[in-house]
Design a protein around this ligand. Sequence first.
Ligand SMILES: C[S@@+](CC[C@H](N)C(=O)[O-])C[C@H]1O[C@@H](n2cnc3c(N)ncnc32)[C@H](O)[C@@H]1O
Length: 240
Amino acid sequence: MNLPERSAQFPQQIESMFGAIAPRYDFLNRVLSFGQDIYWRKKAVAVLAPSKDGCYLDVATGTADLAIEIAKCRVRKVYGVDFCIPMLNLGMNKVKRKNRKDDIAFIAGCGEALPFADNLFDGTSVAFGLRNFSSPENGLKEMIRILKPKGRIVVLEFSMPENIFLKWIYKSYFDIILPIFGRMVSKHDSAYKYLPESVSHFPQRKEFAEMMEFAGFKQVGFQNLTFGIVTLYTGVKNDC
Ligand SMILES: C[S@@+](CC[C@H](N)C(=O)[O-])C[C@H]1O[C@@H](n2cnc3c(N)ncnc32)[C@H](O)[C@@H]1O
């Protein structure tokens, strides 16, 4: 699949792609990232710095790994939103297995029209989700809308390493090995071809940070994780 046009059908294409790969999603995440995805989510939660009595929203929560990581901070409640029911079902089962049923609630919904009132959450997160939105800008605007003043956002997204040699290794792995292995395991023809394509089209570092500022976030910053193959972004909603 070429990067789908961001047409009216784009959300349905994305939803059905994640529905198809859902059963192998977690396994492929661990294997293809060599276990780094666990570290990336832990770093994101450290930057989010959830407070014990706070309410948090994980957008595009998928199988809930980031929501679970936030819940470990003993916050009041974590809500996970995603429009892909098979991913949410896997997330719900995982949450039950981990005895976190009372800590995390799941809502089927679109990240570009969040089913929440304004100024509700102490913090919000999105990991590897915004890249798949029809409009990442609208996703960010929704996230700032539902945040309380002074609330924090964290975003994890893939990026290209800046070092030329690492970039070459990364591109060989991402463009050649990952699509072959991903296809073999997930049995999906194009999902793991779409992954590197969508990353190469997504704004990187400064450009994405500017998008966050344009959405209204202040104190926007970012840091490279694992040689820059992932970037962790953060920002704050103004208190006025
Ligand atoms: C790559 S997975 C990431 C899942 C999870 N955040 C993680 O870290 O493993 C992307 C998820 O975003 C969801 N998604 C993509 N676009 C969405 C949208 N517009 N609204 C809600 N969920 C969306 C997909 O259904 C999928 O579960």
